[in-house]
Design a binder for this molecule. Structure first.
Ligand SMILES: O=C[C@H](O)COP(=O)(O)O
Length: 253
C-alpha cells in the first residue's frame, strides 16, 4: 500500500453546524489511530468551522472552480477553499459528472487549479452499471483517467484517485473483492504509465457503499489504499468503525 491508509468522508449536501459535534468526535477517534490518515469533506459552508473544530483530520471541499477568482456567482475556487482552511478537494465525483455535466477536461482543469492553489486532490472515476454489464468498465475508467489526470511535474505528489462504481454509490451494493482489485490494478498501471515512478505512490481509494461491515474486506483488496465514504461518514460511530478497520489492517501489514 502506498503510504498510510487514507479514509475520507464525503458529507455531500449534508451538514448543519449541529453536525460539527460528529466532526469533533471523528477528530477524537482519528487521534487514537495515528496509523490512518483521516479526512472529511463537508459542504463549503462548514469547511472553515470544521477546520477550527478539528485538529487531527484533514478538511476538504467537494468541488472547486477552475479560476482563482472572478465573476462566477455561486462558485468557490480552490484558492478560496485553501483560505478557508481546506487541505484538499474532491474533483470529478460522479454526481458532479452526471448532474453538472462535468467533462474529463473540466475535471482535469479543476485538479490542476487545486494543485496550483496548494490543495491535495482526490480525483474520482467509475463506471455505470450498464458499462459494467457490457464489459467495458476498465476501458471507461482508464479513459476517464486519461482525460482527467492532472499533468505537470508535481501532479502525482498531491493526488489520490478514488474508484467509485456509480452503481455502488448509496445502493448498499459493492463489487466483488476480485473486481475491486482488478480495477485498482488497472488504475495503478495507468498511473505509472502517466507519472512513472511517482505513480506508484498515488493512493487509490475505493468508494461506494463502504460501511463497518464490509470495510475490512474492501480495504484488503489489491491496491486499495483507503476509502471514500459517503453515508457511513455522517456519524462518528459508523465512520470510526471504518477507521478502526483500516487501522487493524495496517497493523497486520
Ligand atoms: O463520495 C462518496 C461516495 O459517493 C460513496 O457514497 P456512499 O458511501 O454513500 O455509497
Amino acid at each position: 500500500m502506498a503510504g498510510l491508509p487514507y479514509i475520507v468522508g464525503n458529507w455531500k449536501m449534508n451538514g448543519t453546524r449541529a453536525m460539527l459535534a460528529e466532526a469533533r468526535a471523528i477528530d477524537r477517534a482519528a487521534s487514537r489511530f495515528p496509523g490512518v490518515q483521516v479526512a472529511l469533506a463537508p459542504p463549503f459552508t462548514l469547511v472553515n468551522a470544521m477546520r477550527e473544530a478539528a485538529s487531527d483530520i484533514g478538511v476538504g471541499g467537494q468541488d472547486c472552480h477552475v479560476q482563482a477568482s472572478g465573476a462566477f456567482t455561486g462558485d468557490v475556487s480552490a484558492a478560496l477553499l485553501a483560505d478557508a482552511g481546506a487541505d484538499f478537494v474532491i474533483v470529478g465525483h460522479s454526481e458532479r459528472r452526471a448532474l453538472h455535466g462535468e467533462t474529463n477536461q473540466l475535471v482535469r482543469d479543476k485538479a490542476e487549479a487545486a494543485q496550483a492553489a496548494g490543495l491535495g486532490v482526490i480525483l474520482c472515476v467509475g463506471e455505470t452499471e450498464a458499462e459494467r454489464d457490457s464489459g467495458s468498465a476498465e476501458t471507461v475508467v482508464t479513459d476517464q483517467l486519461a482525460g482527467s489526470l492532472p499533468q505537470g511535474e508535481e501532479a502525482a505528489a498531491k493526488l489520490s484517485v478514488a474508484y467509485e462504481p456509480v452503481w455502488a454509490i448509496g445502493t448498499g451494493r459493492v463489487p466483488s473483492v476480485g473486481d475491486v482489485g482488478a480495477m485498482h490494478r488497472a488504475i495503478r498501471e495507468k498511473l505509472t504509465a502517466t507519472y512513472g515512478e511517482a505513480g506508484a505512490a498515488v493512493r487509490i481509494l475505493y468508494g461506494g457503499s463502504v460501511n463497518a461491515g464490509n470495510a475490512s474486506e474492501l480495504l484488503a483488496a489489491d491496491e486499495v489504499g483507503g476509502a471514500l465514504v459517503g453515508g457511513a461518514s455522517l456519524t462518528a460511530e459508523a465512520f470510526t468503525a471504518i477507521i478502526g478497520a483500516a487501522a487493524a489492517l495496517a497493523e497486520q501489514a
